[in-house]
Design a binder for this molecule. Structure first.
Ligand SMILES: [Zn+2]
Length: 109
């Protein structure tokens, strides 16, 4: 994989599989993402915003904030458990949940 190859879909933020292909690296995980990015870009240009502006709808932002809140709660659970002298096994389980929460944040939309 090229070092500068994008790792996340430029529209939805899902992790891209390594392309292993020759030529331009893919920027989107699927055709609908490519299409929606194109439409958003055209709308942004009509509105005079820079082409690389990232615009989220109110519901997309609310969803992102919900997932950020879940991540914080999962992190706080680890801290609380550690302060309470939790066993390694429980800490390991909580840390795994934290990782799952963080994975959910790679998706933007
Ligand atoms: Zn995508």
């Amino acid at each position: 994989m090229e070092a500068d190859e994008p790792k996340h879909c430029a529209w939805c933020g899902r992790r891209l599989p390594g392309s292993g292909r020759i030529g331009r690296p893919r920027r989107y995980c699927a055709q609908p993402c490519r299409q929606r990015a194109y439409e958003r870009r055209a709308a942004l240009q009509r509105g005079g915003l820079p082409e690389d502006a990232v615009v989220l709808s109110t519901s997309e932002l609310a969803d992102l904030q919900d997932r950020l809140f879940q991540l914080r709660c999962a992190a706080e659970d680890v801290v609380t458990a550690a302060q309470d002298g939790a066993e390694n096994e429980e800490l390991r389980k909580l840390a795994a949940e934290l990782v799952e929460s963080a994975k959910g944040l790679e998706r933007l939309r």
